[in-house]
Each structure stands twice: as structure tokens, then as C-alpha cells.
Design a protein. Sequence first.
Length: 75
Amino acid sequence: TSWTVDTTDGPAWNPSTTFPILMACEGEVVSVASITGAGPSGQVLAVTRSVNGVVKAQTAGADVRLFYPPILALT
């Protein structure tokens, strides 16, 4: 599956990133295998959807950002 994204805040995603990377969109975590385009407008992300088991219909304009898993402390 591919998603076309526009960067509206900060620099465009770097296509030379080491892949895969995890990104989150509206509660769904996806694994990004590649990014094409120099952006900030119209970069294409090749994604594997529902990595965390959440399946959602995504809408245009939804926020896409790096996924940071929660870190828990031992007590």
C-alpha cells in the first residue's frame, strides 16, 4: 500500500532513511519500507498497514508522524 503525504510542519521526510521505520496515523501504526520524492509536497510512502492490529479508514489531511512506543518503568 502507498500513502502520499505532504509535509506541513518541519522538513520533508528523508528518502535515504534506514528502513523500515514505524509511523502512526490516527491510532494505526504502519511500517514504512521506502519513501520517494524530495517533498515537502507529494512524497510517497510504501507502507504495511495495521502493524499494531488497529485497522482504520484513513482520511485526507490526517496527521502522520513517527511512532514512539511507550516506555514503562519497572517498579
